[in-house]
Design a protein around this ligand. Sequence first.
Ligand SMILES: Nc1nc2c(c(=O)[nH]1)N[C@H]1C(S)=C(S)[C@@H](COP(=O)(O)O)O[C@H]1N2
Ligand SMILES: [Mo]
Length: 224
Amino acid sequence: MHKKAERLKKVKPLQAANVAPELAHRIPPGQTVTDRFPILHEGEIPRYDMASWSLRIFGEVEEELTFSYEQLMAMPQSKVHCDIHCVTRWSKLDTDWEGVRFNELMPLLGVKPEARYVMIHADEEYDTNLPLADLLGDDILLAHSFDGEPLTDKHGWPLRLLVPHLYFWKSAKWITGIEFMKEDREGFWERNGFHNTADPFKEQRFSSADNEMPDDEWHKKEYD
Ligand SMILES: Nc1nc2c(c(=O)[nH]1)N[C@H]1C(S)=C(S)[C@@H](COP(=O)(O)O)O[C@H]1N2
Ligand SMILES: [Mo]
C-alpha cells in the first residue's frame, strides 16, 4: 500500500465526537476537547527576579526598548475569551485571559515600516515566528492572567503571548523579547518540522506531509 494511504488510514475520525453539535464548528479537524489544561514546554520552568525582569524590543525598530513588568501593568489591560488548540490534538474551549493587547503596545515601539515579521523570544531558548499582521487583532495579548488569576509558573508567568487563531506553540510562554524582522525566519518548532503558518482550521500541523501526530500524544503530558 502507498505510504500516504497507509498513514491516512491510521487517522481516526476524532472530530468533535465528544462535544455538543452546536459546538462542533468551533473544533478544528482532528482535535479533541478537554477541560484539562495540559502543560507543554521544552526545558525547565524559569524562575524570575521581577525587579530585573524586562521585555526587550529590538530588530527593525527606531531604537531598542525595554519594558519593565510595572510599565506593562500600567498600560491599559484587556480581557480575551477564546478557544485554544494545541497541535498535539487537544482543544480547550472558553478560556479567559487578561493582559496588554499587542496592538496597543505596537504604536509605542517605533517599528519601521519594513518590518513584516516578528520573532517572539522566550525562555528557555524558545522562539516562534509570526507575520506581524497575525499579531494585530484585538484578541492577541501579552497575557499575565488566566481565568482571573495570575498565570501559574507552568503556564508562562510572568508573561506569555496569546494567539488564539494559531496552534498553541505560537503562544510562547515566558517571553523575553520581541524582534521585528524584514524577512521571515523560523522559530524552534518551525525549524523542527512543524508548519510555518499553523492554522488549526486548515490543519497546518507539519511542514511535510510525511509526519503524523498520534491521537493520544497529549495524554502523556502533565496537566492541571
Ligand atoms: N517558552 C516556551 N513557550 C512555549 C513552549 C515552550 O516549549 N517554551 N511550548 C509551546 C507549546 S508546544 C504549547 S502547546 C504551549 C502550551 O502552553 P501550556 O503549557 O500553557 O498549555 O506553549 C507553547 N509555548
Ligand atoms: Mo504544543
